[in-house]
Write a protein that binds this ligand. Sequence first.
Ligand SMILES: [Zn+2]
Length: 115
Amino acid sequence: MITVVQLVAQAVAAGLTLDADDRGALVIRGPATAGPLAEALVTREAAVGRTLDVVNGRAPVLDWKDARSAPRRSRCVLCGNPAALLCPYEPTPTAMHKTCAEAFLLRARRKGRSA
Ligand SMILES: [Zn+2]
């Protein structure tokens, strides 16, 4: 299953803009061709919401203060190297580096802007 970080990165790279309204509800704008991506984002709205400050440039880093330790010999799903933490945004235990997640989102943001 695709991770929230990967899903958000795909959406941004596809030209979708993501943000939250005054009540914290996810607001998605962009091309109708990205409809399936938008639907997938809505099903994981709470986790997607936790990435928005980085996606929109309001925060330089993700908030991982509640990340838990990964089992021994876990590997980051984004780079494949050994990882000590589980991504706190995933409903199932998913080992990931915080720096990989941040780099993934920032790269997608740059792609989305140039598209
Ligand atoms: Zn990594």
